[in-house]
Design a binder for this molecule. Sequence first.
Ligand SMILES: [Fe+2]
Length: 185
Amino acid sequence: MRAAAALFERERSLEDLIVLVNSLTSVPTLEEVNDWFATAFLRQRDYEQYRLFSTHNYARNLVVRSEFAEMLFLCWRPGQRTPIHDHGGSIGVVLVCEGMMTETMYEHAPEGHVRPYSTYRRSPGSTTGADVPDIHQLINLEPEGRDLVTLHCYAPPLSVLNTYSQSSARVGHWREHYFCEGAGI
Ligand SMILES: [Fe+2]
């Protein structure tokens, strides 16, 4: 038990992560953010104020944003999903907090569309990092009643993302927005 207690002392709380983002003086690397999230210990009561869902789409609830990185909770009802996208020049790391996240990775096909090459299911406590060129889609594919909550860090903060199709070579653009009900963001 003593060893377990010592381990917990080294784990990072949500407050620790917020301090990390606010104290950045340059854009962190994928490895650095992976390390933050791999050592994070978050209880639902710690992020209750960001645990906000939407009926129409997955909800993006901003926690902190600086010049160099941003961190937010995404809350997903079953069936809610991102478009197939890249991160427009940012790196992104995800920590699954509740539920099961399905991630599909895509590559460019010679004809210009994108095609999937692997799919992962990620359970609470697991992290996944997306480097600048990566193309992926995140989905809550669980049955009714099984919500998904994920913590995301993007560095630098997202601006305009590219979206892709499995049936055409058309590349779309998507500008991020936040909505944190109650906070009016
Ligand atoms: Fe993404």
